[in-house]
Design a protein around this ligand. Structure first.
Ligand code: FAD
Length: 506
């Protein structure tokens, strides 16, 4: 069933049923909000942050109008101010450059907010690879690359949370670590960027992560499934072993997290671009069309939040689509059909992030926490852990809750009943952490309609074969690396920057 047909078919009753199924209830339940003071809770649900659906849906539904006369000319125009678009903008900041961003703030999936001095992530939280060229960039941006202190990860047991490496999977993890250390030093390691992969590593893309784990580590599957859901858009049966095994490097490498998560990187990139020339990122502007015009390219856009927006146009020498591929394909319908077919065939998960904001410190037992098999959330992080929990009178838990059925998730997010969506998550986290209910003050929700790229089996080879350059229009988005990660976004920027320098200087 196509998404629009599904939405049309699902009335309130259908959505209630979907919500009940997602919540693990056997009977359909009301979607209406429980009382804010029910069961000892007193929390407020804040206004939604995340995707602005109406503008995206307008373009998705075939919005098309002739491009007006260009109001301005630039050498380089980038569509999307996420980590890939801003990474590229930063590397090309010496050029005549403009970035158009749909949302009111830059950052894409790497944004943050603040609660009583604690900067917390609305999406992307931590990073792993600080080797060249990533580490050099982070240092240049002035970020402190001290690994987070142990325990980095912990897992739920009936006795409470214990460090992952000391939990029930301790022996298996030890064996995986041994294998990963060997892999990391040879040509069988599945690298990001995928362009550097050897034939042995690429062969991993032909099997599922589940099949790879089944051979030697079958008991690790439930833990791997949670990781796959939170980071890769499906369970291990669906995910490419190339991407799954690449993620296992976290078991042998340090984890780095800044206050506010990877938004700290996005903010520094933004500041670097602005420092080189102010006003070069235009937020709140949705691009609806990108057309070749002789040797130039014209880009049509409108104000994301205006009711009857004026259509505008800018002409550029080179244009970069730094937005998700499924969406980029809509903007360039004139491009090579085979490439468009691949881009349209990609799958994306839907996602809810719930930030639980407390009075006082309520839970302080490490950074990232897992409870495999619970149906409400995949993992949660202690937002102030990177600073050593310096703030004493407040704390924030960031809960990652990808939907297991992407289409159901999208319908629920569109319906937008925040309290119904978060109440079961809150209850489950409370049961496991034992936080005092009356200390929970706010729950702030962020919605992602199509944001977790599904790293399904075979997608690495697909992305390697996909043409990146369509005349003077280029693709530069984490999707091109077959998985959603900061390293994917920045790898794309590092690869495209020298190409643009050559073209624009020529
Ligand atoms: C909830 C969540 C948690 C994550 N956690 C981690 C993590 O801990 N570690 C990690 O490494 N990775 C994580 N990721 C993945 C990582 O954050 C992303 O892969 C990365 O931020 C993507 O950056 P990007 O620039 O490629 O894409 P995006 O962030 O998707 O940026 C694309 C930008 O383009 C804009 N745009 C789209 N269409 C248009 C248009 N028509 N006109 C104008 N602008 C447009 C969008 O608004 C957006 O700002 C997470 C992702 C999510 C969703």
């Amino acid at each position: 069933m196509r998404r629009r047909d599904f939405l049309r078919a699902s009335g309130q009753a259908g959505l209630s049923l979907a919500l009940a199924q997602w919540s693990g209830c056997s009977q359909p339940q009301e979607v209406s909000s429980p009382s804010p003071v029910a069961d000892g809770y007193h929390y407020q649900v804040g206004p939604w942050t995340g995707d602005s659906f109406p503008a995206m849906h307008k373009i998705r539904d075939g919005f098309h109008a002739p491009l007006p006369k260009p109001e301005r000319k630039v050498k380089l125009l980038i569509i999307g101010a996420g980590l890939s678009g801003m990474g590229l903008g930063y590397l090309c900041r010496d050029m005549d450059l403009l970035i158009l961003e749909r949302e009111s703030t830059a950052g894409g999936n790497a944004k943050s907010a603040n609660y009583k001095g604690i900067e917390y992530a609305l999406g992307s939280a931590y990073l792993v690879d600080v080797d060249k060229p990533f580490g050099e960039l982070y240092r240049e941006l002035g970020l402190d690359l001290t690994p987070i202190s142990q325990p980095g990860e912990s897992v739920w047991t009936p006795g409470g949370f214990v460090p992952l490496e000391k939990g029930p999977l301790a022996k298996t993890i030890e064996r995986i670590q041994k294998e990963m250390r060997v892999l990391l030093t040879g040509d069988g390691y599945p690298t990001i960027p995928i362009q550097k992969a050897g034939a042995k590593a690429l062969a991993l893309d032909d099997i599922s992560y589940y099949d790879w784990l089944q051979k030697d580590y079958p008991d690790y599957v439930p833990q791997a499934d949670e990781y796959c859901w939170t980071a890769l858009g499906g369970d291990s049966r669906k995910i490419s072993a190339y991407i799954g095994v690449s993620g296992l490097s976290e078991l042998v490498m340090d984890i780095y997290a800044f206050p506010g998560g990877n938004a700290a990187v996005a903010k520094r990139l933004e500041a670097g671009i602005e420092k080189a020339g102010s006003g070069r990122i235009m937020n709140g502007q949705s691009v609806y069309r990108v057309d070749p015009a002789g040797a130039k390219v014209r880009v049509g856009f409108f104000d994301t939040h205006a009711e009857n927006p004026e259509l505008r146009c800018i002409e550029a020498d080179q244009v970069v689509l730094a937005c998700p591929y499924y969406f980029a394909a809509r903007l360039i319908p004139w491009a090579q059909q085979q490439a468009l077919t691949t881009m349209r065939s990609l799958e994306y998960g839907s996602y809810l992030v719930a930030n639980l904001c407390f009075e006082g410190q309520v839970f302080h037992q490490g950074y990232d926490h897992w409870a495999p098999g619970n149906n409400q959330w995949a993992d949660f992080v202690d937002a102030d852990y990177p600073t050593g929990n310096q703030i004493k009178d407040a704390s924030v838990i960031t809960v990652y809750a990808p939907f297991r059925e992407a289409m159901v998730g999208r319908a629920l997010l569109l319906q937008g009943d925040g309290r119904a969506l978060c109440s079961k998550i809150v209850e489950d986290v409370q049961l496991r952490t034992g936080f005092p209910k009356d200390k929970l003050r706010e729950v702030n929700l962020t919605r992602y309609g199509h944001q977790i790229f599904c790293s399904r089996r075979g997608v690495v080879r697909q992305m390697l074969a996909l043409p990146r350059h369509h005349g003077n229009v280029h693709l530069c988005h984490s999707d091109g690396q077959a998985c959603a990660s900061i390293e994917s976004a920045l790898s794309e920027a590092f690869a495209l920057a020298p190409v643009l320098h050559k073209k624009i200087r020529a």
